[in-house]
Design a protein around this ligand. Structure first.
Ligand code: ATP
Ligand code: MG
Length: 650
């Protein structure tokens, strides 16, 4: 970026925490002071929330940056912390997971049940020759066995590598090869959009290219016909027959817990490596602090897939280490109807929902009347993660899901950070719609300019992390150099997150999306996020994606792809009028410099499989190029839809 980001969007609304929540919050403002006074001591206190077999000698070894070692010399078992210790405390009968299958089948799994299954799976994996340090690939639908598989690996010290169940055989085999995994755990299939979709055939195709794989362990979920080879074993014939007795051994705090490949929307996937003690410390603490989790009364629901880091940290390790009761849902939000999520909230009396802006904007498009049909009065806290949340989407979430009573925590973090880094604390922070507010206690995030200097309040630039944090990635699997080059070379001594951010006049942080997405219009840096948020602030708009297209006069020009809300007339002349109105609306909201050259009304936007807008493809459309790589698209028909819509919508 040649200049700092422009400071365009103004947001004056602010919402203090509800009194009742503030009065009984797990974490108070004192945490910021404690961490400021003694950052490492603060993290030691959080590490003591866990059960350690051997205490650490040194909290942080940063003698060889950027390679961190946390809780050096400490030993613990992650599965023991997530299961056994709750049972030993007399909580074995407590529900760990209310599982809801897409077709409507359900399972209620207590901590004792989960422990039994994890011990069986640990024994079965051991029988298959898996030992500590071996890699196990996991390619599964959202069924309880997915959580069991992760925890069983953790229990025996095997390093898991979960690959999202929607990825192709190529993506799966690439990841298996990169990690030299020995076993794959999968299922015959899972339910998506009302029908069984096969996973095993994809695994078969992938494994044919992966000589390191010795066994394929298959859960029967759908009962589909599957081909069967000599590496294949049924879960119910192995795991479910294994002994439920298993004593967990402690592992070194820096033992590799998992590898997770970033989705690869930007380049060749990176195998992000997370280790044991620091990771669990931070995800457990942040789950407790940011969601104010009360294990005896809360019903927590994170709607992510286990294939993403959000599923690892806030379905498996965070909630279970805190003894939470949670909901796990197999399917899509519109099956069999568009109110499915809210029906689930009503059914299980969910108190906390953690979801993504893409879902919230989709719900806005579908209409307010859908959540209104359900009793959402059990909810007390809402969370958002994955992309910047547009202020109006935030307001919609607050009003139509949170009945204007629930605080919203907008949580910024990455696969690389392992756990939440920037977020309000629900009992402390007066939130602003669209802002992730402040770094959590013990985290030192900053916004810097090109030269790596902190920007003043009101300025914008690059988001960096100045100090190591417990759940930070330790390296890129097998590629220390790429780890250093990607994250630690842009600014001396700082972690470069790759995201743009601004700090408002109160010092609060606003995430502006990837720096690669920032547009340069007539010499001004304009963030796609801010223009998108201006569009979404118009009552006729549900969702918008903005790109900078090469322009002979302005360098780049703003081109916006906009999805109207469900009730809005957008054909023919009404569409033309809406486009004119939206262009003016953006100019009025952000200033004339941000007025889009062109707005296209489209029925859908291209998204990655984790639901993030893929602006790269839209840039291709805006610049009349043939499309680049579309393999990470969630739905490949979307680009055709957009192309056909463009013929009529311009
Ligand atoms: P890849 O790195 O493979 O291209 P990705 O960055 O989308 O994929 P994740 O690690 O899941 O993969 O996502 C982290 C990114 O998501 C962040 O760097 C940021 O751009 C965005 N993000 C996550 N949470 C927020 C948030 N609350 N506000 C703004 N942006 C967010
Ligand atoms: Mg990323």
């Amino acid at each position: 970026m040649s200049e700092t980001l422009e400071n365009l969007l103004q947001e004056n609304r602010q919402f203090p925490p509800p009194d009742e929540l503030a009065a009984s919050a797990n974490v108070t403002a004192a945490a910021y002071d404690e961490a400021a006074a003694d950052r490492l001591g603060f993290w030691e206190t959080q590490a003591r929330r866990l059960s350690w077999a051997t205490p650490w000698e040194t909290v942080l070894d940063w003698s060889n940056p950027p390679f961190a070692k946390w809780f050096v010399g400490g030993r613990l078992n992650v599965a023991y912390n997530c299961l056994d210790r709750h049972i030993e405390a007399g909580r074995g009968g407590k529900v760990a997971i209310h599982w809801e299958g897409e077709p409507g089948d359900t399972r209620t799994i207590t901590y004792a049940d989960l422990h039994r299954s994890v011990c069986q799976a640990a024994n079965a994996l051991t029988d298959l020759g898996v030992t500590a340090g071996d890699r196990v690939a996991i390619y599964m639908p959202m069924i309880p066995e997915a959580a069991v598989a992760l925890l069983a690996c953790a229990r025996i010290g095997a390093t898991h590598s979960v690959v999202f169940g929607g990825f192709s055989a190529d993506a799966l085999s690439g990841r298996i090869q990169d990690a030299s995994a020995k076993v794959v755990i999968t299922a015959d299939g899972g339910y998506r959009r009302g029908k069984p979709s096969g996973l095993k055939p994809i695994v078969d195709e992938a494994v044919a290219l992966c000589p390191t794989i010795e066994h394929v362990l298959v859960v029967r979920r759908t009962g589909q016909e599957v081909a069967w080879g000599d590496k294949d074993l049924w879960w119910h014939e192995t795991v479910e027959q294994a002994s439920p007795e298993h004593e967990a051994q402690p592992f070194d705090a820096e033992h590799p817990l998992f590898i997770l490949y970033t989705s690869g929307t930007t380049a060749k996937p990176k195998g992000i490596l997370h280790t044991t003690g620091g990771y669990l410390t931070q995800v457990s603490y942040t789950h407790h602090a940011v969601f104010d989790l009360k294990p005896d009364t809360d019903v927590f629901w994170c709607t992510a897939d286990i294939g993403w880091v959000t599923g690892h940290s806030y379905i498996v390790y965070g909630p279970l280490s805190n003894g939470a009761t949670q909901i796990m849902y197999e399917g899509t939000p519109d099956t069999p109807h568009k109110g499915r999520f809210w029906e689930i909230v009503e059914k299980y009396r969910a108190t906390i929902v953690y979801t993504a802006p893409t879902l919230i904007r989709t719900m806005m498009k579908w209409g307010d009347d859908i959540p209104a049909k359900f009793d959402l009065s059990s909810l007390r806290l809402l969370g958002s993660v994955g992309e910047p949340i547009n202020p109006e989407a935030w307001m919609w979430y607050r009003k139509h899901i949170g009945r204007d009573a629930c605080p919203i925590v907008d949580t910024w973090w990455q696969t690389e950070t392992g756990g939440i880094m920037i977020s309000p604390l629900p009992g402390v922070t007066a939130t602003k719609p669209g802002s992730a507010m402040t770094p959590l206690p013990g985290i030192s995030a900053d916004v810097v300019d090109d030269q790596g200097q902190s920007v003043p309040d009101g300025g914008g630039g690059y988001l960096v992390l100045r100090e190591p944090w417990p759940s930070m990635l330790r390296t890129i699997w097998g590629d220390d150099k790429r780890f250093v080059d990607t994250y630690w070379s842009r600014f001396e001594g700082m972690y470069f997150a790759g995201d743009g951010a601004k700090r408002d006049s109160d010092g609060h942080l606003w995430l502006l999306g990837r720096v690669d997405d920032v547009m340069l219009v007539s010499g001004h840096n304009i963030s796609t996020t801010e223009v998108e948020s201006a569009l979404v602030s118009h009552p006729s708009v549900a969702e918008a994606a903005v790109v900078g297209a090469t322009d002979p006069t302005t360098g780049q020009a703003i081109v916006a792809f906009t999805i109207p809300r469900g009730h809005v007339e957008s054909e023919g002349e009404a569409g033309e009028a809406l486009i004119a109105e939206l262009r003016n609306h953006v100019a009025k909201t952000l200033g004339p410099i941000a007025k889009p050259r062109q707005i296209m009304l489209v029925p859908e936007l291209p998204k990655t499989r984790s639901g993030k807008i893929m602006r790269r493809l839209l840039r291709d459309v805006a610049e009349n190029r043939s499309l680049g790589d579309v393999t990470t698209l969630q739905d490949s028909t979307v680009m055709d839809l957009i192309a056909s819509g463009l013929k009529t919508g311009k």
